[in-house]
Design a protein around this ligand. Structure first.
Ligand code: NIG
Ligand code: FE
Length: 424
């Protein structure tokens, strides 16, 4: 199939885009992409590709931007229930502690998730994946972490594998058994830390070898934060995970600076995420490393807080900056990378081009899949978007509506706008 006549084809070729290189879109005017089966065979000018490939099925993208599918590298995709009541309390002026006292917070989602069956978890998560896909996300990272006990965490992993099997979106799975201190260990954080290291991680490792023998091990992530795991506990868990061969991620500096980002660099983690209260020393360490800095602007937005990831400082330090939704029921229930881009422009001072690169090629690096996705290049998976706008800057400029007209996933075309266009 030849996708042709794109007003702008954004290739995002090369990368990762470090520091001031961020925002190199590789634009081809009147561009075309040749796709065979699931792969991209060529990208170039419409005139040249049309002349060379006359007999291909044609997909006309005139008046449109064609770009790589979004890669969302940080979500808590799978949970049961919701916390709409907490949002109302928060907006009515209640504090975090009031909400906790009313049985709220992350543990309320843990309670609801533990009580949910495998089927119910799938049924509640599936619509989120469909919304992500309709908004242009073609690969999503998905964390466990609302079980905090082995049986439920394994149920979440199993459900994520089943969703990966049935859905069009590709999943990059992460084990986040260290998302919070489990309620059973409320007064013994070190006890839960030891339990994660001595029991949960080895169990997950062996379980994965049996249930997903053809997939590489999932990421292991941790919430390094004042009311969760301190720096020593984070080091203990991530070191153990690394010994077992898991690739690493970290939640760091969402509310306080404990040094988690430097720990991520030291241990060779794929990414350090949140990075709101990150110190200058941590920013410097990230800039000198291959650990991707993942900003999650929906989180402060969702919490109505004023501080966002200091993106310009990270760029100045030469870091690899990526963006993600952080989709979760507590702080940021949003499935749209388009909204993330609009927010990153306004709240973090990124240009649309920078935000687009941070949502495609750099976010592919954050889940270590940049060899197969994140750009439109020969040999990569044919995951691309046809946006119903003539200029890439409409991403960022516009917000709250969906600009995706069609999603091409592994070479197959899915129409998003069937409600409007008279397609067959
Ligand atoms: O990324 N930081 C920890 N986890 C989520 C929030 C989890 C929740 O409140 O349910 C986050 O913001
Ligand atoms: Fe998160």
């Amino acid at each position: 199939m030849l996708v042709h006549s794109a007003t702008q084809l954004l290739t995002l070729k090369g990368g990762p885009q470090r520091g001031h290189d961020l925002g190199t879109l590789g634009i081809i005017q009147n561009g075309a992409v040749l796709i065979r089966d699931e792969k991209i065979v060529a990208a170039g000018s419409t005139d040249e590709l049309r002349a060379s490939y006359k007999d291909e099925p044609m997909l006309d993208a005139s008046g449109c931007v064609v770009m790589p599918g979004f890669v969302d590298p940080h979500t808590h995709l799978i949970w049961a229930g919701d916390r709409a009541n907490e949002f109302e309390m928060k907006m009515a002026g209640k504090s975090y502690l009031d909400i906790l006292a009313a049985g709220g917070g992350i543990i309320s989602t843990v309670r609801q998730t533990r009580a949910a069956s495998f089927e119910s978890l799938i049924a509640q998560t599936r619509p989120r994946l469909l919304r992500m896909f309709a908004h242009g996300t073609t690969t999503v990272e998905a964390k466990t972490g609302y079980g905090l006990q082995t049986a439920t965490e394994l149920r979440l992993l199993k459900a994520l594998l089943a969703l990966e099997d049935e859905s069009r979106i590709d999943l990059a799975i992460t084990f986040l058994g260290a998302h919070a201190i489990a309620p059973e260990y409320q007064d013994d954080p070190q006890g839960y830390t030891d339990h994660v290291c001595d029991s949960m991680l080895p169990t997950v490792h062996d379980w994965w070898q049996t249930h997903a023998p053809n997939l590489s091990l999932p990421f292991v992530d941790i919430f390094c934060e004042d009311r969760a795991f301190n720096l020593d506990q984070s080091r203990q868990i991530l070191t153990k995970a690394r010994e077992l061969g898991f690739p690493l991620k970290i939640h760091s500096d969402e509310f306080d600076n404990l040094g988690g980002a430097s720990l991520a660099v030291e241990l060779g983690a794929a990414s350090a995420d949140h990075l709101v209260k990150t110190s200058d020393a941590d920013i410097k360490a990230l800039g000198a490393s291959d650990t991707v800095a993942v900003a999650l602007p929906c989180t402060p937005f969702g919490l109505a807080e004023k501080d966002y990831t200091p993106a310009r400082k990270l760029i100045e330090a030469n870091a690899i900056l990526a963006l993600a939704t952080d989709c979760n029921p507590g702080t940021a229930w949003n499935e749209s990378m388009q909204f993330v881009i609009a927010l990153a422009c306004r709240a973090m001072g990124l240009t649309p081009a920078q935000a687009i690169a941070a949502s495609t090629i750099n976010s592919a690096h954050a889940i270590r899949r940049a060899d197969i996705i994140g750009s439109i290049e020969e040999g990569k998976q044919a995951d691309l978007l046809i946006l119903g706008v003539p200029d890439y800057r409409h991403l960022g400029y516009r917000f709250g509506t969906n600009l995706v007209r069609q999603v091409v996933k592994r070479g197959r075309v899915y129409s998003v706008d069937v409600c409007y266009y008279r397609t067959a």
